[in-house]
Ligand binder design. Structure first.
Ligand SMILES: *[C@@H]1O[C@H](CO)[C@@H](O)[C@H](O)[C@H]1NC(C)=O
Ligand SMILES: *[C@@H]1O[C@H](CO)[C@@H](O)[C@H](O)[C@H]1NC(C)=O
Length: 407
């Protein structure tokens, strides 16, 4: 219709009318995240470590008792989704766990914090216990850079002086609800610390407090196939539409990205509608003990001592039915293949190479606890997820991996 030159002129005119300088503002920003299974110290009990975290989440014990680890020995985090985050000017890059189940952002566990001209020491002691680990140190104000050019000024971050369970990563990018930061500042327990999402929004960098997350199933130990979008969603990463469900009002799930859902195995309900959470820091799917007992008996799985996971035979695998998550008016089905640990990674979790292990485990308490499931990577690697603070809701959509045979 228009020759290119005149079209450009029209665009320039439109832009100069709109005001200059022209800023590309408010658009969603997408960043890569890497999935890493660090088994350099030999086979690990992934379940034990994962479960310690789930127990801490359930007991709602992220707080200034940073040392809280129950009776479980702390082992280093081994399966993580990591994002590269720059802090300071010039920036030092830190590899941080992308965590929707906690909200403090902190560094210094492995790569030491490098102070620059943008670092401000607030002298506020901070500490957080995660069940599977902990950190304590001092809160700093600094410039945080996400990807190339998404900059947050005056972000409050924790700088660890001691930490446990995080020696192979540098810390955490906490993108849970801001309320989870209360009781983490030792001297001001009622104060909360604005999260990176809060500051991206208040500084006008994103126009909505929305995070979109894409994970994909994988059989490699390390691969960059995840994606975190601030300020919106990435339509190339899901199929169909995103359906939303409100944050649950049931405590303690209501403190997290908590939702109501029911679960059926095939056509049999194993967990009636109840509250639980969606968590990018948990590997497996956890369900209340009564639901787990039903799942175990329906699948025929037996508890494997080496891995802690349910072991099934190949004929039981052939007979496996979909595990259906009913959320709002939608059903999200984990296919049989989506319910099993990738067989090529069996030896790393202490399993035998041809065995088949299920990625659904026992939360450790009967349903009715207000925290009756955790939808971890097992679920999130098959469905796109959206965390919408402004509208207090969580969304899910199918992806090209929902029904894929990968494991
Ligand atoms: C894996 O974890 C160990 C500590 O458990 C650490 O020494 C090593 O550097 C880590 N490897 C990678 C690739 O991060
Ligand atoms: C979730 O379930 C609880 C318990 O049945 C119910 O009170 C609540 O209204 C439901 N919906 C939300 C959004 O919490």
């Amino acid at each position: 219709m228009f020759p290119a030159a005149s079209l450009l002129t029209i665009i320039f005119l439109a832009l100069s009318i709109a005001g200059s300088p022209v800023e590309i503002d408010n658009s969603p920003v997408t960043l890569p995240i890497a999935r890493r299974l660090n088994v350099s110290n030999g086979p690990i009990n992934l379940l034990q470590q994962d479960k310690a975290r789930v127990t801490a989440l359930k007991d709602n014990s992220f707080s200034t008792q940073g040392g809280h680890t129950g009776s479980t020995p702390v082992t280093d985090v081994v399966l993580t989704y990591l994002i590269a985050v720059g802090i300071g000017s010039p920036a030092t890059t830190y590899n941080l766990i992308v965590d929707t189940g906690s909200s403090n952002t902190w560094v210094g566990a492995n790569t030491k914090y490098v102070k620059t001209k943008t670092s401000v020491d607030t002298r506020e002691p901070v500490s957080v216990g995660y069940g599977s680990g902990s950190f304590s140190g001092t809160e700093y104000i600094d410039t945080v850079t996400l990807g190339s050019g998404l900059t947050i000024t005056a972000q409050s971050i924790g700088v660890a002086s001691t930490s446990a369970g995080f020696t192979s990563v540098d810390g955490i990018l906490g993108i849970g609800p801001v309320g989870l930061t209360s009781d983490t500042l030792t001297n001001e327990p009622t104060k909360t610390i604005p999260t990176v999402t809060d500051n991206l929004y208040s500084q006008g960098t994103i126009s909505q407090k929305v995070i979109g997350i894409s994970f994909e199933p994988t059989i490699s130990k390390t691969v960059t196939n995840g994606e975190l979008t601030f300020g919106g969603t990435d339509a190339t990463k899901y199929t169909g539409s995103i359906e939303y469900t409100p944050i649950t009002t049931t405590y303690p799930s209501s403190n997290y990205w908590g939702i109501n859902q029911s679960i059926s195995y095939g056509s049999t309900t194993i967990l009636s509608s109840t509250a639980g959470i969606v968590d990018t820091g948990t590997t497996f799917v956890y369900i209340a003990s009564d639901a787990y007992a039903k799942y175990k008996s329906a699948t025929g799985g037996t508890l494997d001592a080496a891995t802690g996971l349910l072991l099934i035979s190949s004929s039981q695998y052939k007979a496996l039915k979909n595990l259906n998550f009913h959320i709002g008016s939608k059903t999200y089905a984990l296919t049989p293949n989506a319910q099993i640990w990738p067989r090529s990674l069996n030896s790393y979790v202490g399993g035998s190479s041809n065995a088949i292990y299920l990625m659904v485990s026992d939360i450790g308490t009967p349903s009715g606890a207000g925290f009756d499931f955790v939808n971890g990577y097992t679920f999130l690697e098959r469905f796109y997820s959206v965390f919408d603070t402004a509208n207090s809701r969580v969304g899910f959509a199918e992806t090209s991996y929902t029904d894929a045979t990968t494991n």
